[in-house]
Design a protein around this ligand. Structure first.
Ligand code: ADP
Ligand code: MG
Length: 644
């Protein structure tokens, strides 16, 4: 018995291709097997209609084995649809044999044919069926009901994808006590496999986690820091400092390459769907065999037509997949470059102390060889690449339940987070690749007199302008007493918790008004989109900066002009007519510049604009001295747009 059921927290690797559950007690972490002794549960669910019209879910190896027979009712790779809209998943649709539809707010739904019509299920429900199977498997193995789990997700999963994963847990009767990044889990399992001395050595150098699964590839660079914990215990802090990858690079591609090879020029469409499923299965088996053996045969007897058969040796196989392996190495190069930047090193001197191999496809010898060559060290393969993520998750679970002491985990956020300021500029509060949990606070004010409501528009992305970033939601602080522009003091706080979930709060300090912080979770970004956003931010950085500068100048000049205009009206009679004339002239020149910039920001030169603003600024000093009223002029660094 594993103690009372409420203490038990298992670790779950909810994979695109395969899922598994592990548990860690005083004896250490172990994978929990099902009654057939299987460790991996294929992430495949078939929906069957029973005679009574009810629907039944067949999960795992049985569903996978018969996938070719039931293409429309067998759901695989549902992880790609979690927390996504149909638009987000556009690139994945051709790979699915089942029908994907747009549901509420464009979210992806699956249409499963039934004898009486069809049934619509959400990706969360399908994942829940997988999680339920794992929960039952764990309960049976441990002899106690399991209700709590740590569930892993890819490092690039955004808020919506993480929330969807949590929801699946809830539907499966599991409290997801922590969402953990897969590379962090792998690093944790790796850290456990080392004796104290080598752990100390490893702590000096970052660790790479190379995860090549069935359909996706991720590479992450982590820093493992050892810190003195409470009571003299040693605590390791794991921090992901850079990630890269490809959401369409995995073992499935190799299977397709082998199918093409076996067909030897014959079109894929010439094979009946059922035969094709068996041909893919034969290709996958040949691939696995070639991880150890020297020669394998791919073959299938077609239901109609001649037998398809072709054999190949290790050398031919490696030539076939060379380009595929290089795509992964290219990602490694990027991740190492990013990591070097984060650590403030030049790219050439960036080194890792270990490369942890994760995912079934890292069993391919060519993959291991190329990874070894690229990183300049033998990859770490002591841990089973299928199990390392689940084992790490179970270690984290045991820390949370108090079974294991020490070790604290940190992850990073993939894209910067901020809010829109006046003129469509973006104030970033949390920068990309910051470790979570993290929080940031900044003060803002208003740009319009008498504003009683302030809109907070939450944005995600690397660009300088809100229109180029992704909107995560909008909320308002209402009921503020009317005050002149620049006087309200709005404190905005961003907090990202250890699950990577963002909360935003805002309080206007003079009125004490707070805003309810409801960031509406929305759909996820693909890794390609994250890549594109990063790339574009580099390409557009110069233009964005110029534009951002002009926008800032417009905003600040407008405030200056308003203030100076006010003072001239009220106190103009107290200064010399000459001086007043000069002031007026300078103000008109600046106002003309503002008008031009507003119609087209490119038509003004930022430097010239700045000089005009500065000139008026300096000239107005006397007026300022003369004005008796205490200046309320606040230079607002980030004034917010007028409220709705
Ligand atoms: P995911 O993380 O996407 O769920 P896995 O880590 O379980 O995926 O990896 C599944 C992939 O690993 C499949 O493409 C499978 O064919 C491949 N694989 C498993 N074992 C081997 C092996 N011995 N040699 C080559 N590829 C393998
Ligand atoms: Mg995996």
């Amino acid at each position: 018995m594993a103690g009372s059921s409420s203490d038990i927290i298992v670790g779950i690797d909810l994979g695109t291709t395969n899922s598994l559950v592990a548990y860690c007690d005083q004896q250490g972490p172990r994978v929990l097997v099902n009654e057939r002794g299987e460790r991996l549960v294929p992430s495949v669910v078939r929906y069957e209609s029973t005679a009574g019209g009810e629907s039944r879910a067949v999960v795992g190896s049985e569903a996978r084995a018969a996938a070719g027979e039931f293409p429309a009712t067998t759901i695989s790779s549902v992880k790609r649809l979690m927390g996504r809209s149909v638009d987000d998943a556009r690139a994945d649709l051709p790979y699915f044999s089942f029908d994907v539809r747009a549901g509420e707010r464009g979210t992806a739904r699956l249409a499963i044919p039934t004898p009486s019509g069809e049934r619509i299920v959400s990706p969360q429900e399908v994942s829940a069926d997988i999680l339920r199977t794992l929960r039952e498997q764990a309960s049976a193995a441990l002899g106690a009901e399991v209700h709590r789990a740590v569930v892993t997700v890819p490092a690039y999963f955004d808020d919506a994808q993480r929330q969807a994963t949590r929801e699946s847990g809830r539907l499966a009767g599991l409290e997801v006590v922590r969402i953990l990044n897969e590379p962090t889990a792998a690093a944790l399992a790796y850290g456990l496999g080392l004796d104290r001395q080598s752990e100390r050595n490893a702590a000096k150098e970052p660790v790479a986690v190379f995860d090549l699964g069935g359909g996706t590839f991720d590479v992450s660079i982590l820093k493992i820091l050892s810190a003195g914990g409470p009571a003299g215990e040693e605590t390791s802090v794991f921090q992901v400092i850079a990630t890269s990858g490809d959401t369409h690079l995995g073992g499935d591609d190799v299977d397709r390459l082998l199918v093409d090879y076996a067909l030897d020029g014959r079109p894929v469409g010439s094979v009946a769907p059922g035969d094709m499923a068996r041909l893919v299965a034969s290709a996958e088996a040949a691939k696995r065999y070639l991880s150890q053996g020297d020669r394998a045969v791919i073959g299938v007897d077609q239901s109609e037509g001649p037998r398809v058969e072709r054999s190949l040796d290790r050398g031919a196989f490696e030539r076939l997949i060379e380009g595929w392996v290089e795509r992964a190495i290219t990602c490694c190069r990027r991740a190492m470059g990013d990591a070097a930047r984060v650590l403030g090193m030049d790219g050439g001197s960036m080194r890792v102390g270990a490369v942890v191999m994760v995912g079934g496809s890292t069993r391919i010898p060519l993959v291991r060889r190329r990874v070894g060559e690229f990183f300049g060290l033998d990859p770490y393969v002591a841990l089973d690449p299928d199990e390392v993520v689940a084992l790490g998750a179970s270690v984290q679970a045991s820390i949370l339940s108090g079974t294991t002491r020490g070790r604290l985990l940190l992850d990073v956020i993939p894209l910067s987070l901020g809010i829109e300021t006046v003129g469509g500029a973006v104030a970033k509060l949390i920068m990309r690749n910051s470790a979570v949990p993290t929080r940031a606070t900044e003060m803002f004010s208003t740009s319009v007199d008498g504003q009683t409501s302030i809109a907070i528009h939450i944005l995600q992305g690397e660009r300088e302008l809100s229109q180029d970033c992704r909107s995560l939601g909008m909320f308002h602080v209402r009921g503020i007493a009317p005050m002149p522009a620049g006087i309200p003091q709005l404190q905005v706080e961003f907090a990202v918790d250890s699950n990577g979930v963002l909360s935003v709060s805002a309080v206007e300090r003079r009125s004490g008004r707070r805003a309810a912080v409801q960031v509406i979770p929305n759909h996820g970004l693909t890794a390609e989109e994250v890549d594109r956003i990063e790339r574009e931010s580099v390409v557009h950085a110069r233009e964005d900066m110029a534009r951002h500068r002009v926008i800032d100048l417009v905003v600040n000049s407008r405030l200056d002009l308003k203030w100076i205009g006010d003072r001239m009206e009220r106190f103009g009679h107290l200064v010399e007519a000459d001086y007043l004339g000069q002031l007026r002239e300078a103000a008109e020149a600046l106002a003309a510049m503002v008008a031009r910039a507003e119609s087209d920001w490119r038509s003004v030169e930022a430097g010239e604009f700045y000089t005009a603003k500065e000139f008026l600024d300096r000239l107005s000093v006397r007026l300022q001295e003369v004005s008796i009223t205490e200046s309320l002029r606040v230079d607002p660094p980030g004034a917010l747009p007028g409220g709705a």
